[in-house]
Design a protein around this ligand. Structure first.
Ligand code: B12
Length: 260
């Protein structure tokens, strides 16, 4: 007879998500992130069902935005899969709560997915999976159903290639964060921004990671069909990752880079 974990993974797979596992909720408790979504957590949360969604579409594209921004906004794409999986789980396990989250989540997602055994935590802070490297988004379903999980941890190679390649001079100066900043950039931020090619997001620490070499591209149709790796001024930004900050921010970035 199948145990709960196998049953859950079957349901997740049938909902279109290929890669999932689970970890206990308790070890995540000290690391929960403060956000509005926190009040949606089931009261007696016991298990986090973690899912990864690969997003690499092309091997080495010429691009002026990062890979995560070249696919349609992942919040909407993940919602389609996670909401369906959650409904299917609720129907299969009557009387238990299931709530899905993605990014806008109290769950420290990298830690949760690593604890679930879906990958290791890189020195760049990202989850690195065996099949797709770090080019995966993470989403999860939290439940009060107890599921036996391994809660195992793995480490990256600690080769430090990510740290060496990254342009940030202090912990706070991540280029990805700079490109997404609404307020004016200060001198240091501006200098980092102008010395690099990205208009939105950043893949520097990920592109150099040896654990990202020769990994699979995505199977997710929405990402493949909506792929656009060049931002052009005046394009329709609806449904893109850079829409959430308002068009002003990506336009500001474009103008700065082009000397306007
Ligand atoms: C805020 C945020 C950002 C901020 C700040 C990033 C940061 N590191 O704090 C900014 C805007 C800069 C950002 C950038 C990016 N982000 Co972001 N971001 C988040 C968000 C919403 C919260 C992260 C957070 O604050 N964590 C709390 C702090 C304390 O975490 P931390 O310092 O990283 O350390 C944690 C882990 O690294 C881990 N950890 C560290 N060391 C170890 C060691 C061991 C042994 C273990 C078990 C765990 C562990 O545990 C720590 C505590 O939980 C998460 C979604 C979420 N809910 O988790 C996405 C998330 C982490 N981001 C994601 C992505 C894709 C990115 C970018 C790659 C996008 C891009 N191309 O520009 C960059 C990568 C930058 C980088 N190298 O981190 C993905 C990562 C997927 C993956 N494969 O790991 C996430 C999970 C969103 C998602 N749902 O897919 N991000």
């Amino acid at each position: 007879m199948k145990n709960n974990k196998d049953k859950i993974i079957d349901i997740i797979n049938q909902s279109g998500i290929k890669d999932a596992s689970c970890c206990a909720f308790l070890p995540l408790l000290p690391y929960l992130l403060e956000c509005r979504a926190k009040n949606r957590l089931p009261k007696n949360a016991k298990t986090v069902i973690t899912c990864v969604f690969p997003y690499k579409v092309k091997e080495n594209p010429p691009k002026n935005i990062s890979r995560y921004a070249a696919v349609p906004d992942y919040h909407k794409v993940l919602e389609n899969y996670l909401a369906l999986a959650t409904d299917n789980l609720r129907n299969a396990f009557l009387g238990y709560e299931f709530e899905w989250f993605a990014d806008n989540s109290p769950i420290p997602e990298v830690r949760a997915a690593a604890l679930s055994g879906l990958g290791v935590v890189g020195d760049n802070g990202l989850l690195i999976t065996k099949e797709y490297g770090s080019f995966v988004f993470i989403g999860e379903i939290v439940t009060d159903l107890y599921v036996e999980c391994l809660d195992e941890l793995g480490e990256c190679l600690h080769c430090k290639m990510c740290k060496t390649a990254c342009p940030k001079t202090e912990n706070t100066l991540c280029l990805s964060a700079i490109t997404q900043k609404k307020q004016n950039l200060n001198d240091k931020e501006l200098q980092i921004f102008l010395s690099n090619d990205y208009l939105w997001g950043c893949d520097i620490c990920a592109e150099v990671c040896p654990l990202n070499k020769d990994k699979k591209t995505t199977y997710i149709e929405e990402f493949i069909l909506g792929y656009r790796d060049f931002y052009e001024k005046g394009e329709d930004i609806s449904g893109r990752a850079y829409e959430w900050r308002g068009e002003k921010v990506i336009l500001r970035n474009f103008d700065l880079k082009n000397g306007f």
